[in-house]
Design a binder for this molecule. Structure first.
Ligand code: 13P
Length: 295
């Protein structure tokens, strides 16, 4: 059974110093392309749905696609909710088959953030669903969450330590200088902060804002304790460009399945490249075996 919570899977990645790629699908084909990429590379995978994507397709369709695509594969695949802010939506994800959820109450003061996170932990834990939570505020645009540069602020290591002592998180998101969307100028990644937080906390760290970070930067973050790397914007660009470029190169071709195939292959190539870059290739079956889910 390949439908897994990310909690045990990410602990293994943290121990072995690689990261699991977490991609935000935008439709069925993008989900299928990421699963094919993961299976061909024997890599664990996290597919994370944004709130906007859930509102567009509905919970039921997304979870059915997940089950249909992933139930019988021999790599661990997590269906995760990215940046959950709406408690009703989060509860429905837990009830309907998401294997992990993110509660993002990072715009609230620490105490309130912890109170809301407690509520989600109380729903998720008995259901075997892993939880991601965030402190500090990551800047940029992630779907309909917009955090202006002046509102973004780094995580405080004392608060990170207190937060992670309070909750048995699957993964911890801390604002460490990355941002959602393409970077304007050089990203100002705070490596010392990543190091300090990881020295003082147990759960692996999620690296948000993976689009536009170069390979060396990501490798350094992974070496310091990041075990989940999020990629969304990059996929959106490949999704559109894959379609448009085919049509530009073949202006007279109005065969939809050919355009969709070109788009699919472009997405799959991106997924393979990122999975390989983050070190996940060749780990999938071994992880499933270690967590007792390889049958
Ligand atoms: P990018 O859009 O910069 O890839 O960030 C994705 C992300 O962190 C999703 O939570």
């Amino acid at each position: 059974m390949a439908l897994t919570s990310f909690k045990p899977v990410l602990r293994i990645a943290q121990r072995e110093k690689y990261a699991i790629a977490a991609f935000n699908p935008v439709d069925y084909a993008s989900m299928r392309a990421m699963v094919e990429a993961a299976v061909e590379l024997d890599a664990p995978l996290i597919m994370q749905t944004s709130a906007k994507t859930i509102r567009y397709y509905g919970h039921e369709a997304l979870v059915q696609w997940y089950r249909q695509l992933c139930e019988d594969v021999e790599v661990p695949v997590t269906l995760h909710l990215d940046h959950g802010k709406d408690l009703d939506m989060i509860k429905k994800c837990i009830d309907l088959g998401w294997t992990s959820v993110m509660i993002d109450a990072s715009d609230k003061p620490l105490e309130k953030n912890m109170k809301i996170t407690r509520q989600v932990m109380d729903w998720a834990t008995p259901a075997g669903v892993g939880v991601e939570a965030e402190i500090g505020e990551i800047g940029g645009v992630e779907e309909d969450i917009v955090v202006a540069e002046e509102d973004a602020h780094l995580a405080n290591p004392d608060e990170a330590e207190a937060f992670c002592k309070e909750f048995d998180l699957g993964v911890f998101a801390a604002a460490i200088g990355t941002a959602h969307g393409y970077y304007h100028g050089e990203p100002d990644v705070q490596f010392d902060l990543i190091k300090e937080i990881n020295e003082r906390t147990q759960p692996p760290m999620a690296l948000h804002g993976g689009t536009g970070l170069d390979e060396a930067t990501i490798a350094r973050c992974i070496a310091l304790g990041c075990a989940k790397v999020n990629i969304s914007t990059n996929l959106k660009h490949v999704f559109i460009d894959g379609f448009v470029n085919y049509h530009k190169d073949n202006p007279g071709d109005y065969e939809p399945l050919k355009v969709l195939t070109a788009q699919f292959e472009a997405m799959k190539e991106l997924f393979k490249q990122k999975i390989t870059e983050f070190g996940g290739a060749g780990k999938g079956k071994a992880v499933l075996e270690e967590i007792g889910q390889l049958h």
